[in-house]
Design a protein around this ligand. Structure first.
Ligand SMILES: Nc1ncnc2c1ncn2[C@@H]1O[C@H](COP(=O)(O)OP(=O)(O)OP(=O)(O)O)[C@@H](O)[C@H]1O
Ligand SMILES: [Mg+2]
Length: 173
């Protein structure tokens, strides 16, 4: 989790006994220093409808990715019907997931994605850098300018796409 933002964390919800899905003290760090999810304790009953609500970058998708098996928890255990799933690959978990996607260029940095519409219009490098910085400032992503899209949350990717769209269509950008 980036500096200044709180990592997702939840309270135990175990009053009704063991859940169909359980998170026990689950934590996730991508870089070994900051945490996208901290001390997640959650019990979800079979048939229960649960919504995760939180600010962009607070760890919602990371939580779902750990449940589906696309990311491994740094600490803690996830169980499905009482069985730990830590060692199960995604295709053995029987979980479906709809992904967030904003058609960013995956091999380009955030800054290069945002500046792309300007570079194809032959704007000078100095101008592009200044305009990209301004656009990233607007969507509060300056600190992520060197990252690739896959290293961002879904909402952060959405904001990169927004900044890129601004650079495509607005003279100020
Ligand atoms: N692959 C990755 N490598 C490094 N950091 C990552 C990676 N994926 C996500 N992060 C960081 O982890 C934090 C949590 O991201 P996550 O995708 O779980 O957020 P989210 O709650 O789903 O946000 P949103 O509402 O924007 O989709 C963010 O700060 C994000 O930049
Ligand atoms: Mg997300």
């Amino acid at each position: 989790m980036s500096a200044g933002q709180a990592a997702l964390s939840a309270s135990p919800a175990t009053a009704a006994g063991p859940g169909f899905v359980e998170f026990n003290e689950v934590e996730k760090s991508y870089d070994g220093r900051t945490f996208a999810v901290t001390r997640m304790n959650l019990a979800v009953a079979r048939g229960e409808f649960l919504t995760l609500l939180g600010p962009s970058g607070s760890g919602k998708t990371t939580t779902l990715n750990m449940l589906a098996g696309f990311e491994r928890p740094t600490h803690g255990t996830i169980t499905l019907e009482g069985q730990p799933v830590d060692r199960l690959p995604p295709y053995e978990r029987n979980i479906g997931m709809v992904f967030q996607n904003y058609a960013l260029f995956p091999h380009m940095s955030v800054a290069d994605n945002v500046g792309f519409p300007l570079s194809v219009r032959q704007v000078s490098k100095a101008d592009i850098a200044a305009r990209v910085a301004r656009a990233l400032d607007m969507v509060r992503l300056n600190q992520f300018s060197d990252r690739r899209p896959a290293q961002l949350s879904g909402g952060q990717q959405q904001r990169v796409a927004l900044a890129r769209a601004w650079c495509s269509s607005h003279a100020w950008c």
